[in-house]
Design a protein around this ligand. Structure first.
Ligand SMILES: Cc1cc2nc3c(=O)[nH]c(=O)nc-3n(C[C@H](O)[C@H](O)[C@H](O)COP(=O)(O)OP(=O)(O)OC[C@H]3O[C@@H](n4cnc5c(N)ncnc54)[C@H](O)[C@@H]3O)c2cc1C
Length: 385
């Protein structure tokens, strides 16, 4: 492959799946994916996303690498004046064997890498992009070794701080939070079964996600100074904090991995594609990890990228610009809806205002009492289109 038809930037889960999708529609593709530290997060992926991964040949049997999520249990631990009822959502009610599956990002990436290695029109270069500019026949990207590549189509899946987004002139709105997320793998005295259990505290949820047997993945959102102090206190104190935060419902707790912290912010763009450039994954959208939406949305970006590229004729001048505009149109409603939903949910969880607390508690009461509303909530939460 001398001059590629597309360049995909970023070796995370969005970039890897985007590179595969673009190559699969038949475009000669270069994937720029510098090696980074292992991604210690896990991803709860909803059933439609899992089905997409299977149909795209990115994973096989979900049970080989993941753990089913059959229930979501929400416990109001805010101690506020207006409290929500304990609420249990069961996938049986949605007529499904599970809402989705929980995967380790490392295992997902391994499967994606295997799928990538089978494509002969996809070349991987383990280098970063240092700059990019518009040239007559597309976009020219410069790499860390000083070499450069030009292609008509450029996919920016280079994460929250995306250089592609900035250099290609996308307008983005960003908002940082003082909250952060702490993640860690745990062994519980009593297994979760298939239930993801969320304890809603005033500064954010403390969520245990099933990871097989008596294992659980923890995602604890709180003020970043509180998390830093908990982390600095050492493993024994941290273990005790986890036992207290889980209200001793799951017995003793053992830490299986060190705790890692992630800063939280929101990011949205006015458009996800223009002038031959498309943004996918956190380059286009970021929000706090509540309701397990981030990667689900990123993989819907990739599914729409495939759709926008299917049938393009690279011999037609302007094909990449038309495809980027088509992609932007396809992504507009989903990005707006999902970003808005997570933002509202997060702010209502943290709000100290009585009306917001009442609305959240009222909403959970309504969901608890109305099967019809629960069915609608399942569809929205699972990203059913
Ligand atoms: C604690 C936590 C829990 C989460 N849980 C869930 C969940 O349960 N379900 C869910 O759907 N989502 C979840 N998410 C969100 C999900 O993890 C992210 O949406 C997803 O991992 C983002 O993938 P990405 O590929 O877009 O970005 P990243 O993983 O950040 O990858 C970006 C890549 O781009 C590369 N890069 C950056 N700059 C350059 C450059 N100049 N040149 C070349 N490459 C570059 C980086 O090296 C990196 O490999 C969670 C997030 C957090 C923080």
């Amino acid at each position: 492959m001398s001059t590629p038809q597309s360049i995909v930037v970023g070796g995370g889960l969005a970039g890897m799946s985007a590179a595969i999708a673009v190559a699969k529609v038949g475009l000669d593709t270069v994937h720029l994916a510098p090696k980074g530290p292992p991604d210690r997060r896990t991803s709860a992926l909803m059933m439609p996303t899992v089905q997409y991964l299977q149909s795209a040949g990115l994973i096989g049997d979900a049970a080989e690498i993941g753990h089913p999520l059959t229930q979501i249990r929400i416990i109001d631990a805010t101690g506020r004046l207006v409290r929500a009822p304990e609420t249990l959502f069961d996938s049986v009610e949605a007529g499904l064997p599970a809402f989705g599956w929980n995967f380790s990002n490392v295992k997902l990436l391994e499967r994606f890498e295997a799928a990538r290695s089978r494509l002969t029109n996809l070349r991987t270069i383990e280098q970063s992009v240092t700059s990019l500019d518009r040239v007559s026949d597309g976009w020219r990207v410069e790499l860390t070794d000083g070499s450069s590549i030009v292609a008509p189509l450029l996919v920016g899946s280079d994460g929250k701080k995306s250089m592609v987004r900035t250099a290609a002139g996308f307008r983005a709105r960003e908002n940082g939070f003082t909250e952060a997320a702490l993640v860690c793998d745990l062994e519980l005295g009593r297994p979760l079964g298939g239930a993801s259990v969320e304890f809603h505290y005033p500064r954010g949820p403390f969520t245990l996600v099933p990871a097989g047997g008596s294992r659980a993945n923890l995602v604890w959102i709180d003020d970043r100074d509180v998390l830093k102090a908990a982390q600095a206190a050492g493993p024994e104190e941290l273990r005790q904090t986890f036992i207290d935060k889980s209200q001793r419902l799951f017995g003793d707790i053992r830490l299986l991995t060190p705790a890692h912290m992630f800063m939280l912010s929101t990011l949205s763009v006015d458009e996800a594609g223009h002038d031959g450039v498309v943004l996918a994954g956190e380059a286009a959208h970021a929000f706090p990890p509540i309701g397990a939406q981030g990667l689900n949305l990123g993989l819907r970006d990739v599914a729409d990228l495939s759709a926008a590229l299917s049938g393009v004729d690279p011999d037609n001048a302007g094909w990449a610009i038309a495809a980027s505009e088509d992609y932007s149109r396809r992504r507009s409603a989903d990005l707006g809806r999902t970003g808005g939903m997570v933002d509202t949910l997060f702010r209502s969880l943290l709000s100290g205002m009585l009306p917001a607390q009442a609305m959240r508690a009222g909403g959970l009461w309504a969901l608890k009492l109305s099967p019809q509303l629960r069915t609608q909530a399942f569809s929205v939460g699972m990203g059913i289109r």
